[in-house]
Design a protein around this ligand. Sequence first.
Ligand code: PMP
Length: 427
Amino acid sequence: GRVSRTEQALSSLPRRKQPGFVDLPEYKQVVMQQRASEYLGMENPFYRAHEGASGATASIGGRTFDNFASYDYLGLNRHADVLGAAERSIRQFGISASASRLVAGERTIHHELETAIAENYGTEAAICFVSGYLTNVAAISCLMGPRDLVIHDEFMHNSGLAGVKLSGATRRFFKHNDVADLERVLKSLADQYERILVIAEGIYSMDGDVADLPGLLRLKEQYGFWLMLDEAHSLGVLGDSGRGVFEHYGVDPTSVDIWMGTLSKTTCSCGGYIAGSEALVTLLKAQAGGFVYSVGLAPVLAGAAIASLGVLRAEPQRTQDLRRNSQLFLELARKRGLDTGLSQGYSVVPVLVADSLRAVQLSNELYEAGVNVLPIIHPAVPEGLARLRFFITSAHTEDQIARAVDLTATILERLKQQNFGLASVDV
Ligand code: PMP
């Protein structure tokens, strides 16, 4: 065939070679880790597919497990009101919002949801995003820029970190839940910045302890910054009626500038939200990239979340049940000498087991015994702080809790004695 002049010219140029994905060192590392656990005869506890709705129990591989690995804090994932609302919203709106809210994706159900969220916090307004993760990324990167300062708790969720990085702001952290350390950072840097954002979490996702909100508010008085609280694990959990960390401490919720939360946990849907002043919400609606350039929240998810918030109001007993169960778990675990770290027993209770391999082993043995709880290992937590993370729900029975604690303590005791020296196996 004939070859054009341009093609001839191109073919004589040196060609750049792009590595394939299989050649990437990052990929090789993932494969290495998988091989290592196979070599050690360890089953992979991650990505096991459940066959139904998971809450206090889960069905996996044809077996029913006592489940401590799902966010369904108040047992609403199969609540009749929630299912009914989801069905009604599907009938009315279909599944998708079919466009960005800015351009034809706005639905009446979005307003209903945002009103319900604002009502929870007593704020002027709220805005919802398609995921909790995206909410942090979109809101932080919208509000902060390269000339600004973000100071966050060292245990902040990865989504907050992603938001700060995208913003280009200077980033500092303070020691976990330590307002004295936050003050040290503020003292040395506050003068140099016009906008400062401080980020903390109502309940910390890996440790289960509660933010020192009164301490943060005292510093806010003096140093003047925006305070953002991530309520992913505390909505429905803290406070007598489950309104969150402000109710826990009895403080005025409007003294916090930015309430952030997710719809994927207590409200058993998917999505995230920011609640705050009218000005804050107006700004985010106009300028947050992850809102403007992403589809509106699926109406069915909005419908489910609205109904969940309704159940939370109508059945406060669920929050009490969750608290009783979490406190029971914590008390029994401590009695058996388990290291529950910083957990205050409201929703998340970790059992620390030091090294990652032991955490996986413990999780796998519990799985064999019919208890589903997942290990959290490096890089999600620092090496040496591997743990099992128990999510407690209002729907767990005392028997389930007692059995899980007993099995965990018994198996862990045996694993410690075996001292199989896995860490030194050369792979
Ligand atoms: N913030 C915190 C503290 C979280 O734990 C999570 C998720 N586990 C998120 C944000 C992100 O929320 P989602 O999973 O709903 O995207």
